[in-house]
Design a protein around this ligand. Structure first.
Ligand code: SF4
Ligand code: SF4
Ligand code: SF4
Length: 300
């Protein structure tokens, strides 16, 4: 198995773990919380859905911290602030499924969507709409939810019954898996433009990364040889090698999947706390004054 296949396999095991932890029929997290803390709730994805929690917060209903969704919500969003959006990068099978599908499609048939259309305004416009809708009396929680679609899809496969998919489900699946998935470079179009949970985590990470005590993707420009390997494989196109050879990075688009770190032949990228080595200008984190930020142990 070559290095890239090994990285993808290890990542796949993380997403499989995420599936077993959060999705029926296993739903290990929900079952654990129900049995240990005697909390009310079901052993399905809705019991831990951060979208429901975000909607309840926005509509003033609030959420109980001592509940399945309250505990998971706190863990996911606190970890995003201190450690980056690890739920997205390491565990979420609904985000990873279209990414892995996209690897089956030749690149010449795919669109580099995030290069053509800046994700941030769309993504945060969607998040704002998502949060405002319940205040206006509307609910958009499940209408375009890829968590629900992933759950229905897997239950359909496991029960060999496609009858539980509605026509609306089929349309959402088409955009999530095909248009924004398989035929989008990196397969993470849904993550980059639509998903409110990912948008909220990325925003927290963007803010958290300004503090030295938080963990983040750091860069040592003195090691980088501008080979572009990291950028070529980044599923959200958060990394790019500019015409002048400098590596640019959009932290707000990063999933903290760690793939670029493992692929870099020069160990120029690392996940650590402290200084990040990137410089920021006009929303684009550009390298202006390179400074070495890695210690000697990273050079071995
Ligand atoms: S952005 Fe949403 S769908 Fe994508 S990985 Fe994160 S939580 Fe999952
Ligand atoms: S893979 Fe490493 S050396 Fe190559 S461009 Fe990325 S950071 Fe630089
Ligand atoms: S920049 Fe690196 S860690 Fe972030 S999404 Fe891209 S490959 Fe993953």
């Amino acid at each position: 198995m070559n290095g890239k296949a090994k990285i993808l396999t290890v990542r796949f095991l993380g997403y499989l773990g995420g599936f077993l932890l959060f999705y029926a029929p296993a739903s290990l997290v929900q079952r654990l919380l129900i049995s240990v803390f005697h909390l009310p709730g079901n052993a399905d994805i809705h019991a831990v859905c951060s979208r429901v929690a975000l909607t309840n917060l926005a509509s003033g209903k609030g959420i109980s911290v001592i509940s399945i969704v309250g505990i998971v919500f706190a863990l996911v969003f606190l970890s995003a602030f201190f450690l980056g959006p690890l739920f997205c990068g390491k565990l979420c099978p609904a985000g990873a499924f279209p990414e892995y599908l996209s690897r089956l499609i030749p690149e010449k048939f795919q669109v580099k969507l995030q290069s053509a259309l800046n994700p941030a305004p769309v993504r945060y416009g969607m998040l704002a709409g998502f949060l405002i809708a319940p205040v206006m009396g509307y609910s958009v929680v499940c209408a375009y939810c890829n968590y629900t679609m992933f759950s229905r899809l897997t239950l359909s496969v496991l029960s060999l019954d496609v009858g539980i998919l509605t026509s609306t489900n089929v349309i959402t699946i088409f955009f999530w898996l095909i248009v924004l998935g398989a035929f989008t470079k990196g397969g993470r179009g849904y993550c980059s433009y639509i998903c409110p949970v990912g948008a909220a985590q990325s925003l927290l990470h963007f803010l958290g990364a300004k503090f030295r005590f938080t963990y983040k993707l750091a860069f040592d420009p003195h090691r980088c040889v501008s080979c572009g390997l990291c950028a070529k494989e980044c599923p959200t196109l958060a990394l790019a090698v500019k015409d002048d050879g400098q590596l640019s990075y959009q932290r707000i688009s990063c999933l903290s999947c760690g793939q670029c770190i493992q692929l870099c032949p020069k160990k120029a990228l690392v996940y650590k706390n402290g200084a990040d080595g990137w410089r920021r200008a006009a929303g684009d984190e550009k390298l202006l004054q390179p400074q070495p930020i890695l210690n000697e142990s990273a050079s071995s």
